[in-house]
Design a protein around this ligand. Structure first.
Ligand code: GLA
Length: 390
């Protein structure tokens, strides 16, 4: 839906014009899965699918929301903000408002129209895009002096406490900081980041949604986090410098790995090698070695399947189809796993053939129709002040 139509909708709902339009993108991770909450490295891009929020202040100290996807409205005030059981979609705004108030920011009421283009439950970070758009809305309307890194922390807190997902910082980071044509290489411990220009001429990132909906609040994600914490506790006894799995070296793994139960050892092995793959990917992409980068994508998937065990039969099949197609340099599940999407790095001249093969094989074997997105590395969140004729 274009801007004019959204403004018209806003006018119909709130009987006034919005003063700002905020857009925050979803993301797709190129490589580095489940490494962010282990203080490791990730390499995401923002995608050209945004959560749009049209906003203006109101003077009754209420947050009023209308979500065009759910065609539902909701409102809450600032007294005892609690998660809603009926309108769960409003928990992002509730969580952000609460985080800002707790941090001592002076915010007031606002009227919000939400229109998200980011597919939900596909592992493309629709949640992070809503959180970042909400934060930016508060920042713009109430002129908050809030640094970008602090915004990310509040967004994460909101998701942890109001949505119940113990997520890391990658998604919010990518939604806020990304730059067109670049990937973001993030050190999730120091929070330093670098742009990595994507010289992939003749190739594209094709994303295929398995349509198996991933619900992160499902305990599996939090369970992986817990397993990683347990592994740190055990390894720390032998190597006190290990504060997170990021600190485990190849030697540590070899020497002390046998003190871990088998399952935890597999989890640690994934994190240690995945971090290394992200660093290697960063180097390969800077040197424009995209074939080598593709190889790392395949290895990442294998590790997510066998060691971290977050893949599904559907995702494995989608990756396997890619492997058997010419012109595909790499493929892997992207995001948390347990459903969601696979990302391919594919030669432009082979995209149509790849899609046809996927449609044919995936439908035959899984009885499901996948969805495709050709995604372009895009800019992070932006806000625009609207000048309207009254
Ligand atoms: C989800 C989380 C991220 C990250 C990925 C897995 O997207 O929100 O923080 O942990 O899963 O890499």
């Amino acid at each position: 839906m274009n801007k004019e139509k959204l403004i018209k909708q806003y006018k119909t709902i709130y009987k006034k014009f919005p003063t700002h339009i905020i857009r925050a993108p979803g993301r797709v991770n190129l490589i580095g899965e489940h490494t962010d909450y282990n203080d490791g490295f990730v390499l995401p891009i923002a995608i050209d699918r945004y959560t749009n929020m049209l906003v203006s202040k109101n003077y009754n100290e209420k947050i009023r929301l209308f979500d065009l996807k759910y065609k539902e409205k909701e409102e809450f005030d600032f007294k005892d903000i609690e998660p809603s059981q009926q309108k769960k979609w409003s928990n992002y705004q509730r969580g952000i408002a609460k985080a800002l108030l707790d941090a001592g920011y002076n915010i007031g009421g606002m009227d919000v129209l939400i229109f998200s283009e980011v597919p939900e439950g596909a592992g493309l970070s629709s949640s992070a895009s809503i959180e970042i758009a909400t934060l930016l809305s508060f920042k713009e309307l109430f002129e908050l002096e809030i640094k970008p890194l602090e915004m990310i922390k509040h967004a994460r807190k909101a998701e942890n406490e109001f949505v119940g997902v113990q997520c890391g910082i990658m998604d919010q980071f990518a939604s806020l900081f990304s730059k067109e044509g670049n990937a973001l290489f993030i050190d999730c411990r120091s929070l330093e980041f670098q742009y990595v220009p994507l010289f992939i001429q003749g190739y594209s990132f094709l994303v295929c949604n398995s349509t198996v909906k991933r619900k992160l609040t499902d305990s599996s994600y939090n369970q992986r986090r817990q397993e990683c914490r347990e592994a740190v506790k055990i390894l720390q006894k032998y190597v006190p410098k290990i504060k997170a799995l990021r600190d485990v070296s190849f030697d540590d793994l070899e020497i002390y790995g046998s003190f871990l139960p088998d399952l935890l050892k597999k989890r640690v092995e994934h994190i240690v090698y995945e971090n290394e793959r992200v660093i290697q990917s960063y180097r390969e992409l800077l040197q424009e070695n995209i074939e080598r980068f593709g190889g790392l994508m395949y290895r990442s998937h294998q590790s997510l399947k066998e060691l971290f065990e977050v893949s599904t039969d559907e995702l494995d099949l989608l990756v396997e189809i890619g492997m058997n197609e010419s012109g595909v340099l790499g493929a892997r599940l992207t995001g948390a796993g347990f459903g969601g999407c696979v990302i391919y790095l594919v030669n432009n001249s082979c995209i149509e053939h790849l899609k046809e093969s996927i449609l044919d094989v995936y439908k035959r074997k899984m009885g499901l129709i996948p969805q495709f997105y050709e995604l372009v590395p895009s800019n992070g969140a932006v806000s625009q002040k609207l000048r309207l004729e009254f």
